[in-house]
Design a binder for this molecule. Structure first.
Ligand SMILES: [Zn+2]
Length: 379
């Protein structure tokens, strides 16, 4: 893959068109066949692709158009996993009042978000993303990035003791099968020619910023241990088991502080520093980190790895200026060598399908600014 200096890409998701959102609703109601849904999704993927190509991105994604959100979609692909609305989750979580409080504080509409819950032996009955990759590659010659939920996020989010413990006594037991599933997916994606595979692990920041005191709605059913070090060790171990020994593809790890609301005050705050020692040990080529938001603090040095520098806030209507992005890049250049730097927004533009954090038009303008800034600094 030949890339220019400061390659520009997306983190993953793109706002879905109304037609696709309607198709998604009908599919979940059972009034639309998979084939009909896929026709609507194909169209949306091609539209998301056109936006990225026109903006001048160097590496493209499918905008996660087929997914309900960045991790719950696995319920459709895996045996032993059931998609539960958060309203259903309320009936089975250990601490219902606490859970409801989290949803309110975090500004999460319970009716709009779903969780993939482990209810039996987890097995990969359909590819998680290999079909998406094949479709995308048929329609572009550009290098392609595929996003997948990370093994720690999947294990934590899917493990709901009252539903999962009959099959897996502990979340560590579930972790073994999550690793197996993701490893099989990774191998297929590499065989099919993916250029860049990014794992999303947004929960890692929650571990260090909240010390297990609060829980995000994504992992609301299962409290982290009070000592985040144990959880972080678990996350590193799962991750390295999934990617260890894989060659011929760029492996990325995306960590942010949540992207469910445009109300920044409900999102977590704190620097990546407490995670540095763990990130250092993760077998990853590129860390895709948010830095456009001031909540993320200074750029942390991680030797030997690339940085996908978040340089546009996906949640604001204001378009960053080329000058602002150049300044961010220059700040990162004090910590990372130029050949290790990529540019991207802080996170996806529509992590949750029915709660995009921006419109396609504004998202498109933001991507164009990233490309323009990279161009002015190339050569
Ligand atoms: Zn993110």
């Amino acid at each position: 893959m030949t890339l220019p200096m400061f390659p520009v890409t997306m983190v993953g998701s793109w706002p879905r068109p109304q037609k696709l959102l309607a198709a998604q609703k009908s599919k979940y109601r059972g009034s639309l066949s998979d084939a009909d849904f896929n026709r609507a999704a194909d169209e949306a993927v091609l539209e998301a692709l056109r936006f990225q190509v026109e903006a001048g991105l160097d590496v493209v994604t499918d905008g996660e158009q087929r997914r309900d959100n960045f991790f719950a979609f696995v319920a459709e692909k895996l045996a032993g996993v059931k998609l539960m609305k958060l309203s259903e989750m309320l009936d089975i979580v250990e601490d219902r009042a606490g859970f409801e409080r989290i949803l309110q504080t975090l500004d999460v509409p319970a009716y709009s978000i779903t969780n993939a819950t482990c209810v039996g032996r987890v097995e990969r009955v359909k590819p998680l993303a290999a079909d998406d990759l094949r479709f995308l590659k048929r329609h572009t010659g550009k290098p392609v990035k595929i996003t997948l939920p990370g093994p720690y996020l999947l294990t934590r989010a899917m493990y709901v003791p009252s539903a999962s413990a009959a099959t897996y006594p502990t979340k560590e037991d579930l972790g073994v099968d999550v690793v197996r599933v993701l490893r099989a997916e990774l191998e297929e994606l590499v065989r099919e020619g993916a250029d860049f595979i990014q794992f999303d692990e947004p929960v890692l920041t929650e571990l260090v910023f909240t010390q297990g005191q609060t829980r995000t709605f994504m992992c609301a059913s299962l409290a982290a241990r009070k000592d985040p070090r144990e959880e972080l060790e678990f996350a590193v171990s799962l991750f390295n088991q999934v990617v260890g020994g894989i060659h011929g593809v760029r492996i990325g790890l995306h960590i942010c502080r949540g992207n469910w609301s445009t109300n920044e005050s409900t999102l977590l705050r704190g620097s990546y520093h407490p995670l540095a020692a763990y990130l250092d040990r993760m077998k990853v080529d590129q860390l895709v980190l948010e830095y456009a938001t001031e909540r993320a603090g200074d750029v942390i040095p991680i030797a030997g790895k690339e940085l996908g520098l978040g340089a546009a806030n996906p949640r604001t209507e204001t378009i960053e200026s080329v000058q602002e992005v150049r300044q961010s890049l220059q700040r990162a250049l004090q910590v990372f060598p130029a050949e290790k730097l990529w540019l991207n927004p802080d996170c996806g533009f529509a992590t949750f399908s029915n709660r995009p954090v921006n419109s396609a038009q504004i998202s498109f303008q933001k991507l164009k600014v990233l490309v323009a800034a990279a161009q002015t600094l190339r050569g």
